[in-house]
Design a binder for this molecule. Structure first.
Ligand code: XIL
Length: 340
């Protein structure tokens, strides 16, 4: 159903709507902002029942210096979640984008790299055992062409680093849900085919994998009739992953193509994309969570990475006011009906 421009939901926070439906609605957060901006923390606790660390649970911030582990930021986020009765997604154990420089420079043998990674995963997952409900175990392991990405971990260990990482994470917390997470694999294309084959292979070998994360960093021009991605394709992809017995989380959603305060037309288009993705997820049984990457345009990675022309990708504006995208999320949740 298209969203109505007059869409006025009851004013109920997203969190309450999601709770009533047994659905997880979350956002990526930074511990410094939780501490420094009261409205940031208040909005989070009111609107979301799940958080994920935008940076602080990755390997580089945790072990920038070999052997010196720093859990300050990660601990603060997990404590904030506990204090506000929110679930935590852990992101991400193995990701080339946040591997410390010392790993890249090291001349570890395969055995040394395996021993290091095993200890690292055991330490981090073990520390948060019972407090992180799902981990992104491997992030972005498939290349844009659909083969294995030649990352530092691939080069050190070989392609079975992925399976090993899942097994080590499972040893450290047998109750945590373990996810493979990637971008540009949301719909039906050669990359999502490669992700499908990867996770199918892991399952066939008995590896403990429970879900696939679809990042969903999209732009207005990606989506709909003229783009590479559509709600129908996302539904199809979720369905085939679900048929393997896996869950799906939409893990990092933001929608580029809007800057500053936006125009009413662009804000409506952005709202429609949020609506379509959340409604698709809610209609698909395997899809159990949607998280946005940040939640306010005041703090978004899009500004430094993609520039000012895209810098208003989130459901709250720079002043923490809800945008049409927020109403669209509320509308999709409302229409989904209350679970029994
Ligand atoms: C990004 C953060 O948002 C940035 O602040 C950081 O500098 C780099 O990482 N895909 C992912 C996320 O899986 O971890 C990335 O997060 C954004 C792209």
């Amino acid at each position: 159903m298209p969203i109505s421009s007059a869409s006025q939901t009851s004013g109920t926070a997203l969190r309450a709507l999601a709770d009533a439906r047994g659905f997880s609605i979350g956002a990526a957060v930074q511990s410094g902002l939780i501490a420094d901006e009261p409205v940031y923390a208040e909005t989070l606790a009111r609107e979301f029942n799940m958080v994920v660390a935008e940076w602080e649970m990755k390997m580089d911030p945790i072990e920038r210096q070999r052997g010196v582990l720093d859990f300050t930021g990660a601990d603060a986020i997990v404590a904030f979640a506990a204090a506000n009765d929110m679930a935590v997604r852990g992101h991400a154990l193995v990701w080339h984008g946040a591997t410390p420089a010392w790993v890249e420079r090291s001349n570890m043998t395969r055995d040394e790299a395996m021993a290091y990674l095993r200890t690292y995963i055991h330490t981090v997952v073990g520390r948060y055992r019972g407090r992180v409900m799902a981990w992104d175990v491997v992030n972005e392991g498939i290349s844009d062409q659909g083969g294995m990405r030649r990352t530092v971990w691939y080069n050190l260990i070989g392609e079975d680093y992925i399976e090993m990482a899942f097994r080590w994470a499972h040893e450290a917390d047998p109750d945590a849900l373990l996810f493979y997470n990637d971008y540009a694999a949301e719909g039906m294309n050669s990359k999502s085919d490669a992700v499908y084959e990867l996770v199918k292979g892991l399952l066939e070998r008995g590896a403990p994998i429970h879900g696939v994360g679809l990042q969903m960093h999209v732009s207005l021009s990606d989506f709909g009739r003229f783009g590479w991605l559509s709600a129908e394709q996302i539904a199809q992809n979720i369905e085939r992953l679900g048929a393997l017995g896996l869950q799906v989380h939409i893990t990092e959603m933001d929608v580029r193509g809007v800057s500053g305060a936006g125009t009413p037309e662009l804000l409506e288009q952005q709202a429609q994309v949020y609506y379509d993705v959340l409604a698709t997820c809610l209609q698909a049984e395997p899809c159990t969570a949607l998280l946005t990457w940040g939640f306010t345009d005041r703090h978004t990675w899009i500004r430094p990475f993609f520039g000012p022309a895209d810098a208003a990708p989130l459901p709250f504006d720079e002043g923490y006011q809800p945008k049409p995208a927020y109403d669209a999320l509320a509308q999709a949740l409302t229409e989904a009906g209350v679970s029994d």
